[in-house]
Design a protein around this ligand. Structure first.
Ligand SMILES: NC(=O)c1ccc[n+]([C@@H]2O[C@H](COP(=O)([O-])OP(=O)(O)OC[C@H]3O[C@@H](n4cnc5c(N)ncnc54)[C@H](O)[C@@H]3O)[C@@H](O)[C@H]2O)c1
Length: 326
């Protein structure tokens, strides 16, 4: 089986490549960059910009299956449109081209099955206005009211997958990821997500010091460790379920609780300083895993404490290597 992973230089793509190689697959990785923190274990790694048709055709040539993870994306500070400004034009432009050209090249190349990494950002914003939020079921996606920009594009790409399946018989599998975190993810520079940002801030703070928290910290999320995400992807890909499926944990925590968990793991007393001017995203978001458990006979296994411990240790090490921590 010849397998392509796009976005193989990124966080989840890199972990996915390693898992596929460990299971005996022959893997081609494609990205505009190599993985930043560890060499890829892909048998072949091509540097290609998938916004170009010829590049997508080159990437897809001779492949049996594809995992489509390449995207221009980041945490809420990167994707949120605030006061009418942000990166939406770039995000939607790039991701539209990447997803459309990858699907079309897959059709041309006779690929049998393709996985698409969608997002919880496709869910209607009006269902996420309370911290004590009702977990989001797959059918809640419509009528739609997604995250402005990034969420629109993901929802459109989900539809595109369905059209290619219905019109051309290309088997598509779609997962909606809910806040995936873990080692080897972006941890600095503006695209990092809350678990990595909080781990970095706590690692840099002295015992008894304070960390900045975006918003009042009472907003809620659920977080899924990357090894669980990869297991969910692999199970979904082997299933015969062609509709979008949540892949995420369903333990809801406030951002304040996440800070406290990390502080405990670090063995530090940490005070929180709230900055109400910073991006916060929706007020609450959680994953309803009923369908995932029914279909895949599985649920995420790694607790938030276990996963954040691994993440914290890794980010602390990155800070040391960067000379920012003694
Ligand atoms: N991490 C999460 O919590 C999360 C949540 C929901 C959805 N997702 C989706 O999962 C996928 C992987 O996310 P991630 O966290 O690993 O992000 P990431 O940013 O680490 O990985 C994405 C990769 O795509 C590559 N890429 C961007 N533009 C490209 C182009 N034009 N051609 C080729 N490669 C290009 C990037 O260089 C990067 O390495 C993305 O599609 C993302 O939208 C992630």
């Amino acid at each position: 089986m010849h397998i392509l992973v796009t976005g193989a230089g990124g966080f989840i793509g890199h972990h996915l490549v390693n898992a596929l190689v460990a299971r005996g697959a022959r893997v081609r990785g494609v990205d505009v960059k190599h993985p930043e923190y560890a060499p890829s274990q892909a048998h072949e790694f091509m540097l290609l910009d998938l916004r170009r048709r010829e590049a997508a055709q080159e990437a897809l040539a001779d492949m049996d299956e594809v995992y489509m993870l390449a995207a221009n994306m980041g945490g809420i500070g990167f994707i949120e449109r605030r006061r009418g400004a942000g990166m939406a034009a770039d995000i939607v432009h790039d991701n539209t081209l990447i997803n459309l050209l990858t699907l079309e090249a897959a059709r041309e190349a006779g690929v049998k099955r393709i996985f698409f990494a969608s997002s919880a950002c496709i869910y209607p914003q009006h269902l996420q206005q309370e911290a004590d939020v009702t977990p989001l079921k797959e059918e809640d996606a419509w009528p739609s009211d997604p995250e402005d920009g990034y969420g629109h594009e993901k929802l459109y790409a989900e539809c595109l997958c369905r059209f290619y399946r219905e019109d051309y018989g290309l088997e598509t599998r779609v997962a909606r990821f809910h806040n995936i975190y873990g080692p080897l993810g972006t941890w600095d520079g503006g695209r990092e997500k809350s678990p990595a940002a909080i781990a970095r801030k706590v690692a840099l703070a002295p015992d008894g010091g304070e960390v900045e928290v975006w918003g009042d910290g009472l907003q809620t999320r659920s977080y899924c460790y990357v090894s669980d995400c990869v297991e969910g992807i692999l199970r979904l890909m082997r299933s015969d379920y062609a509709q979008p499926l949540n892949i995420g944990d369903d333990r809801l925590v406030t951002i304040n609780e996440l800070v406290d968990i990390v502080a405990r793991l670090a063995g530090k007393r940490i005070r929180r300083r709230h900055d109400l001017t910073k991006a916060q995203g929706v007020r609450g978001r959680n994953s309803d895993n009923t369908r995932c458990e029914e279909l895949l006979g599985w649920r995420p296994q790694v607790s938030l404490e276990q996963g954040m411990e691994q993440t914290y240790i890794w980010i602390e090490e990155q800070l040391r290597q960067a000379g920012r921590l003694a």
